[in-house]
Write a protein of this length. Sequence first.
Length: 617
Amino acid sequence: MRFLKLASRLAATIAFVLLLGLGALRPADFTSATSGPVPSFLNTDYATDNRRDDRVSLAGDGAGHWIALWNTWQTGIGPANAVYRSSSSDDGATWSAPLPLGAVISETDNAPQPPTITTDRSGTWIATWATQASLVPGDGNDYDLVYRRSFDNGATWTAPAPLDSSVLANADQGAGSVGIAFGDSAWIAIWSGADANNDADIFVSRSTDGGATWSAQAFLSPSEAHPAQGDSDQVLATDGSGSWMAAWHAAVGGGPVVGVLDVLLVARSGDNGLTWTDPVELSPGGTPARGYAPKLATDGMGTWGISWNQISTRELFTSVSTDLGETWSAALSHGSSAAPDEPALAFGAGTWFLEWEAAPSGPNQIAYSPDGQIWSPPFVVSSPAGGGHGTVATAGYARALVAYTGYFNDTDLLYVFCDQPLVDPDCDSITNNEDDCPMTSDYSQANQDGDPFGDKCDSCPTLPESAQADREGDGVGDACDNCPSWSNPYQTLPGWPISPGDDDCDGFPDTVDANGKARETYIGTDALRHCAATPGANNEPLPDAMPQDFNDDQLINGQDTGKFGGPFGSFNKLVSAGPFGPSGNQLPGERFDFNGNGIINGQDTGKYQAYYNKTCA
């Protein structure tokens, strides 16, 4: 059996190598197939509710049952936070009406904590979350952890009960989402909570009776009792055969990395969670990872995967280990964005699934891998709506359920199934041999200009063109971009005149004029850059970016105007008399000759006035 699984993984690897080599995924290379539904609303009351639904958690039992939990913020009645639930018994085709998981978690604070749902795939489901509600008499208003169980696939639930044994200690301020998993007859939960030093550390509790009772909370490992370390973002995974792994973010590293910010730590257990190793710093390929929001998954056959966001570069990375976290492969980047959302990682029947939101309110993307090391390019799956916080989950087979936040009148949840990465990787139910946007979900297949690219992936949807060139990467193709060398995705123009041929919209064209000179090139600036590369003054070498901003501070004002006059000024002088300016800040005469007639005079200063007191932005 193990040989057959390995053979299946090898075949999948070969298939993914071919997929990567196809670049844009040539439609002719695939056969026709069908996939899951177009995005549907997970909260089926989306048209009439007044909730903000967000931070969804999913679990499936592999027998067609799914349960979803999520945070809500009830709008129109003041702050009122709750955890809602919905379930499906037909493998996600339909979902029950959303209902609160229990009145106990209706709160008046403004910081709801993400819930977690998990199952042993044998009939028991456990929901966990952090709440400020009073769980038992004498409980304060700190965050405590509560759990409920269901034995009928989410139809009914046990009474809420505290998961953390310090519920009366009023010392769990900041407790967030719970990392919880089931494997080898044991449930294990980990969370971040305050210790006696009021420092956030990772605690653990264990159950061997189906979650009916839990061991007293304890530090995950003795070294967790570390003052001022600030542990959070905890996640947990198990192979189901006694091996477990935990990972989390430490604001200040402990042990050998004391004082280092944004450390990712990993701890391991080989005895079904009875004991844990001391945490070690995650160092993929020997290079320490400085990140947050880690996610863990395993294929159950010895490969463990981890994903995280890198602090400094805002990149999403993945790495794998085949020795239970002793060593990790070199970090693989999946791209960067202005503010990447936390990723989600899952494995199901030979395929790894990685999901993330590419930018705030931007599209949700998914990538696939057969082994956690060879990955497909990212595919957009959140069309037709802009994305939000998302997750991906499997139920033991190769079908992945992706759910994410969509922004409509309020905030709602959408979902889609991704189960055929080789023929429909963008999960839009249209296979690549028919899809006009094979890397972007495009259910309408709208194509206004009739070129080979659908509107969803066409850089100029109303102008037929095959090159799809977008030199500055702002999402607007060069053929229809009003400033093709300046990133302006909303096509807004600066507050000064723009001439034809001025690709970077700095006010000076790069086309040859009546004097036989290309204005921008002649005056010594860069025709492909709109603003200075650095925000400080007088520190950008020629060729410059902004003709009027002589001191490179990105504001055109009197400091720039002064360079026309004064003892070192250029006004009423021949260009050939330059360079001009104080010692150490001299500029060639061409930089002041805006009309290119060889004389720096009132015609140049008059042209300059259109830019006065405007910023380069």
